[in-house]
Ligand binder design. Structure first.
Ligand code: PMP
Length: 452
């Protein structure tokens, strides 16, 4: 990335490079884009280039950048009360907990607040261990659950394990992914059935009595937006019931409208009486990341364990008034403006059809998958062999050049190995999304040049 020409932005860039240890990046290679302004679905870089944000940053700014209603709610809350001991009640936390419970399935009435998704995962696992008296955990190989010791071991993306040595009792399984099936399946039904059988066999062999929790992203996000077969999560619930394992749905990325429903798991439940998880982890979209916030939504059957003996966990900033105030404003805004319904409609009528059209045309596109405002394009060197256009855990010139071509035309894409994710803010208009997809279409001509 060339350093910005603009003097002020260049100073930011130099200071960053001198003093920041950036996430997931060697400091000697830290070469960040400076962002000077963000508004709605756009960002401006250090040289004042306007970019359409097809990333929602780390898939969190669901209501777009600097939404005036939420900015005002934060200002009002700051004027009233910035922070308070979490042992005290405050109006913002009480209302945020009520609203968050209201979007969860029946019987999930209690919220434990954290500052981020990783902490939510850590606490969900601790709760499950307290509830069951067991230690080991299950998570999918293709998953991302966070970046602290336990959550990192749960994260099945092995490239991220460099500092972590698997000492937390995490056991991994293969979740369904028909395009790269581990089960030699040819249909969704086969993939679902065999993935469930594999999970059941794995638990039986490892010893069911050791497992406290199974955590699964309702729709795996960072690792590739693989929408599971319709009955898979229901089957996982049955296996958890069979062995007394606490089922945690990780909705940190997929929740709060991203998948065209309030929670992604709503896509896999037939009405209010259908299966429910025991715990749900959330963060990002709950307040679009305006102030760090996360948490665990707890089913009454687990909360019961902590009725007479406390859950021994707490954080100084849990239920922080500014964070909770911004969540209240965000959820109310999303309800008042029908933002979740808008995301669903965009997925069904605009993004899905246009991406499928793009896939037909480009030999570099192996598969398109997703729903709502949550889509991935899997790029390949060869559609027959499905060899990825960048190796797992690595990068390639083809991907970097295609990404650069989109950026040169004003669109910021999310890239992960051989995938581009189309994950714009849910408030994007049909016209804006079409413009961005036209740019993506042209950028894929560059990727096509690397096909065998
Ligand atoms: N779980 C999932 C499914 C996520 O996508 C993420 C973040 N990408 C996390 C947990 C961790 O959240 P955070 O980065 O807010 O700690």
């Amino acid at each position: 990335m060339p350093a910005p020409q603009n003097a002020e932005a260049r100073e930011v860039y130099e200071k960053e490079r001198a003093h920041v240890l950036a996430p997931w990046t060697a400091w000697g290679k830290h070469d960040p884009m400076v962002v000077t302004k963000s508004e709605g679905v756009y960002l401006w870089d250090g040289d004042d280039n306007k970019l359409l944000d097809f990333t929602s940053q780390l898939v969190n700014t669901n209501i777009g950048h600097q939404h005036p209603v939420v900015v005002k709610a934060i200002q009002d809350q700051a004027a009233e009360m910035c922070t308070i001991n979490p042992a005290h009640a405050n109006a913002a936390r009480a209302e945020a907990a009520r609203l968050i419970s209201s979007i969860a399935p029946e019987g999930m009435n209690r919220v434990f607040f954290t500052m981020a998704g990783t902490e939510a995962v850590e606490h969900a696992i601790r709760m499950a261990r307290r509830h069951t008296g067991r230690v080991k955990t299950l998570s999918a190989f293709r998953s991302y659950h966070g970046a602290t010791t336990t959550s990192m071991n749960l994260t099945g993306d092995t490239r991220r394990w460099a500092n972590d040595y698997g000492n937390t009792g995490a056991v991994h399984f293969h979740a369904p992914f028909l395009y790269r099936s581990q089960f030699y399946a040819e249909t969704e039904e086969q993939e679902c059935e065999r993935a469930l059988q594999h999970l059941d066999d794995l638990i039986a062999l490892e010893g069911p009595d050791h497992f406290a929790a199974l955590i699964i992203e309702s729709i795996p996000g960072t690792v590739g937006i693989m929408v599971p077969p319709a009955d898979y999560l229901r089957g996982v619930r049955e296996i958890c019931d069979k062995y007394g394992i606490v089922m945690i749905c990780d909705e940190v990325m997929s929740g709060f409208g991203r998948a065209g429903t309030w929670l992604a798991l709503d896509n896999f439940r037939n009405g209010p009486d259908d299966w429910t998880p025991d715990l749900i982890t959330f963060a990002k979209g709950s307040n679009s990341g305006y102030i760090p916030l996360g948490g665990v939504i707890i089913h009454d059957r687990i909360a019961e364990s902590f009725k007479d003996t406390p859950y021994t966990g707490g954080l100084t900033y849990a239920g922080h008034p500014l964070a909770c105030g911004s969540a209240v404003a965000t959820i109310n805004l999303m309800r008042d403006e029908g933002i979740v319904e808008h995301a669903k409609k965009l997925g069904e009528e605009v993004i899905g059809p246009r991406l499928r059209e793009i896939a037909e045309k480009h030999p570099s596109v192996g598969e398109v998958r997703g729903l709502g405002c949550f889509w991935a394009l899997e790029l390949v060197k060869n559609q027959e062999t499905r060899e990825p256009l960048a190796p797992y855990g690595g990068s390639s010139e083809a991907m970097a050049k295609a990404m650069g071509a989109a950026k040169a035309e004003g669109v910021l894409l999310f890239m992960n190995y051989n995938r581009f994710h189309v994950v714009p803010p849910l408030v994007i208009t049909e016209e804006q999304v079409r413009e961005g997809l036209d740019v993506l279409d042209r950028a894929l001509d560059v990727a096509d040049g690397y096909v065998d």
